[in-house]
Each structure stands twice: as structure tokens, then as C-alpha cells.
Design a protein around this ligand. Structure first.
Ligand SMILES: Nc1ncnc2c1ncn2[C@@H]1O[C@H](COP(=O)(O)OP(=O)(O)O)[C@@H](O)[C@H]1O
Ligand SMILES: [Mg+2]
Length: 151
């Protein structure tokens, strides 16, 4: 049995799937981390990782572009401060889901038909966090969870 993690502080926000919210999600992360007085590097790493995950939910999960207003499609960003300066971030969508998560996590893999994406999003998230888990069900959605211990 897994013991429940102690949560010292948390913040959850639900954002429509529109691209302006990629930047807003980054700012939310910055605001939440301010309580830890993080290093510039840790702050930048986590903002970057979260922005990749939120972008994925919007452009792949819901297949939304710049002109969209998000409609009913929502991305839920949850931030939790755990003991020992560990931050847990989850990014959830109820979009199309991922058929093969292992393949999606492979560097350079992308399903973007326009060739605008690098296929490096998951690699970036992995590099900028200590642990990454991706749970997804086709047709149901995706939940990305990452942990990072702040200096
Ligand atoms: N939230 C998501 N919903 C559906 N598919 C996703 C999601 N996140 C990632 N994917 C899939 O995983 C692939 C790899 O993602 P990523 O490494 O960020 O590269 P990129 O976004 O540049 O394609 C995407 O091309 C897409 O097929
Ligand atoms: Mg991506």
C-alpha cells in the first residue's frame, strides 16, 4: 500500500485550451514557487517543463490552435508543495489521449502533421524534472505528473 504524501501547500487551476494559457500557466508556476525563493535555474526549468505539458494538452490533446477560444476543453494544472522542497505538478486533459505512451516519450517522436513541433517536449520535461509519469487512455485523456526537488 502506498502511504499518502503530506501536502504542505497546493494550488489548482482550470484553464480553457487556448494558447494564451501556456504563458499564464508558466506565470502560475512562478507565483506558486515564490514561497520557496527558488534559484533562477530551478524556476526556469519548472516553468519550461510545465509549459511543454500544457502546450501538449492544448495542441495534441484537444487539437487546438492559436485561433481557438478553448470552448469547453479544459486543462487542469495542479501544483503541490511536498516536504523537503519537493514540488509535484500535474497537468490533466480530457482530450484524445495517447495510444502508445512509450513511443510518444521517445525523443523526436511527433504526430504533428505540420512539422512545426520538434518531438522533444517529453524529453525536455524529463530533463527538467526529477521524475516524470505519463498516464493516458485513448479517447479519455492524459495526466502528466512530474516531481522536482528545489535547491
Ligand atoms: N496531452 C496529450 N494528448 C495527446 N497526445 C499527446 C499529449 N502529449 C503528447 N502527446 C503525443 O506525444 C507526442 C510527443 O510529444 P512531445 O514530446 O511534446 O513532442 P511534440 O509536442 O513536439 O510533438 C505528440 O506529438 C503527441 O502525439
Ligand atoms: Mg510537445
Amino acid at each position: 500500500m502506498r502511504t499518502k504524501q503530506t501536502i504542505l501547500n497546493e494550488l489548482e487551476c482550470s484553464l480553457p485550451a487556448k494558447s494564451v494559457n501556456e504563458g499564464i500557466a508558466r506565470s502560475v508556476v512562478g507565483a506558486f514557487l515564490s514561497q520557496l525563493d527558488p534559484t533562477v535555474e530551478d524556476l526556469s526549468d519548472l516553468r519550461c517543463a510545465v509549459s511543454e505539458a500544457v502546450t501538449n494538452a492544448i495542441v495534441h490533446g484537444y487539437r487546438r490552435g492559436d485561433g481557438d477560444d478553448g470552448g469547453d476543453c479544459r486543462v487542469v494544472l495542479s501544483l503541490a508543495l511536498l516536504p523537503d522542497r519537493v514540488v509535484r505538478v500535474t497537468v490533466k486533459d480530457k482530450g484524445c489521449g495517447i495510444e502508445d505512451v512509450a513511443r510518444a516519450r521517445t525523443p523526436l517522436f511527433t504526430t504533428d502533421p505540420a512539422g512545426e513541433r520538434s518531438g522533444m517536449g517529453f524529453s525536455v520535461i524529463e530533463a527538467f524534472s526529477d521524475r516524470l509519469t505519463v498516464r493516458s487512455r485513448p479517447g479519455r485523456g492524459t495526466k502528466v505528473t512530474l516531481y522536482k526537488k528545489m535547491k
